[in-house]
Design a binder for this molecule. Structure first.
Ligand code: AMP
Ligand code: ZN
Length: 112
């Protein structure tokens, strides 16, 4: 746990969020500023800044993120259409420096 990190606080339930799913290793929440009608964040419970800091020890967790995305896709109206995005580094649009995968589906919201 990084006490400065908003996602660590959400994982510790010190900050409220809308939880979609949870496993021993992952938390899935609704993005607070959705860019599509379905916009979830798949967040490893372990604090890792981004993909650049993943190690071989994180292989199972990284695979579980993909399988979680697959599971989420099976719970939306059109399971055939969804996007997965991981922003790595501020120049790539990363704002929260705790690794996470965006799960986007449905229609794009106005303004994005
Ligand atoms: P990124 O730009 O890839 O780092 O994405 C960070 C995402 O986290 C953005 O889409 C934000 O809307 C979202 N976000 C930031 N704070 C919260 C929060 N407290 N609860 C849910 N989502 C958040
Ligand atoms: Zn964190």
């Amino acid at each position: 746990m990084n006490s400065e990190c908003i996602f660590c606080k959400i994982i510790a339930k010190q900050v409220p969020s809308t939880i979609i799913d949870e496993t021993d290793d992952l938390l899935v929440i609704k993005d607070i500023y959705p860019k599509a009608s379905i916009h979830y964040l798949i967040i490893p419970k372990k604090h890792i800044s981004n993909v650049r800091d993943f190690s071989k020890d994180d292989r199972a967790m990284a695979g579980d993120m993909i399988l979680m995305a697959q599971k989420l896709s099976q719970e939306i109206p059109d399971p055939k259409a969804f996007r997965l995005i991981m922003n790595n580094g501020p120049e790539a649009g990363q704002c929260v420096f705790h690794a996470h995968m965006h799960f986007l589906a449905g229609h794009r919201l106005p303004g994005f």
